[in-house]
Design a protein. Structure first.
Length: 300
């Protein structure tokens, strides 16, 4: 099993991996495959750690993996030091949360840009204009200049948030007041310790905050927009720590690819005559697992 296949199997079956006890993981072919993927991925990560530790030459390319290893090495002997299991666990989180979710968001971005060629052209012209004003290739410091790229990325996250439900626990006794469909208000007491799940799509598609919420409109993120109604990274003190990494990675990939390639829907005889709505539904279909996962092939 390849590293890529193992990571894909785990990322789309993580809930099952967590839920199935050890004694039951060999009962079906599917659970055995998940267990094999977990073991293969762990072995790959162990080998990566050992190879980097035993390398005679220090890597010229300093990446996130190197930073994690160096930080662990610097803390040896202290309570803050990570053991090998913790180190590998952190590497897995970076792979799953930092790369898989960004990759899936890019897949949806490409599908949307193929479906909305006018938006793709607007993005291309923006990128072309910014790139022409730079002295060479863009750097991290230039990311804020690619406002249209970030708007497309944010709009994709609004429509297809990687995580659809965010668990929270009430830190104190509070009350929540919500509007009813008939225009009235209902108040709910929430005692301290109550588990609450935030339904992300419910907020992202709420017409009270978003005009034409089902439409792909990146320009909504170019002016003032309701920041408290946009929670793909959660909110508050326990919001996603990797947000900036996720944004930088996604915007960089989106910008460079759109600057060099035109994204179009692949015309296939079996889908001849389909309406825009049918094509949109086909190309943006997803599976809701631990994260929002697109199909492996989207026809672009």
């Amino acid at each position: 099993m390849t590293f890529r296949d193992a990571l894909h199997i785990l990322s789309t079956n993580m809930v099952l991996k967590i839920a199935v006890p050890d004694w039951a993981k060999y009962l079906t072919k599917h659970t055995r495959k998940i267990d094999l993927a977990f073991k293969e991925l762990k072995q790959c990560l162990v080998e990566m750690v050992e190879a980097r530790r035993n390398a005679d030459k220090v890597e010229e390319r300093y990446d996130l993996f190197s930073s994690l290893l160096d930080a662990t090495q610097d803390e040896l002997g202290s309570e803050a030091a990570l053991n090998d299991e913790e180190l590998i666990g952190n590497m897995f989180i970076y792979l799953l949360a930092g790369h898989e979710t960004a990759a899936y968001t890019l897949c949806f971005s490409f599908a949307l840009l193929a479906l909305y060629p006018d938006e793709q052209e607007r993005l291309y012209q923006h990128i072309k204009g910014v790139m022409s004003s730079l002295n060479g290739m863009p750097a991290y410091e230039d990311m804020n200049r690619f406002t249209q790229s970030l708007a497309v990325f944010y709009e994709t996250l609004r429509l297809f948030p990687p995580v659809t439900s965010i668990p929270k626990v009430a830190a104190q006794d509070i009350t929540l007041t919500v509007n009813n469909v008939d225009g009235g208000k209902t108040t709910f007491p929430v005692p301290s310790g109550t588990e609450i799940n935030l339904h992300v799509p419910g907020l992202h598609y709420n017409p009270r905050y978003w005009k034409e919420p089902h439409k792909f409109m990146p320009e909504r993120f170019l002016g003032d927009w309701p920041r408290n109604a946009f929670i793909p990274f959660s909110q508050g003190a326990r919001a996603c720590l990797g947000r900036r990494f996720f944004e930088a990675e996604g915007v960089a990939a989106l910008t460079m690819l759109v600057s060099r390639y035109k994204i179009e829907v692949k015309e296939e005889p079996e889908f001849a005559g389909e309406t825009f709505e049918e094509r949109y539904a086909r190309m943006t279909a997803f599976n809701e697992n631990l994260t929002t996962t697109p199909p492996r092939a989207i026809g672009i």
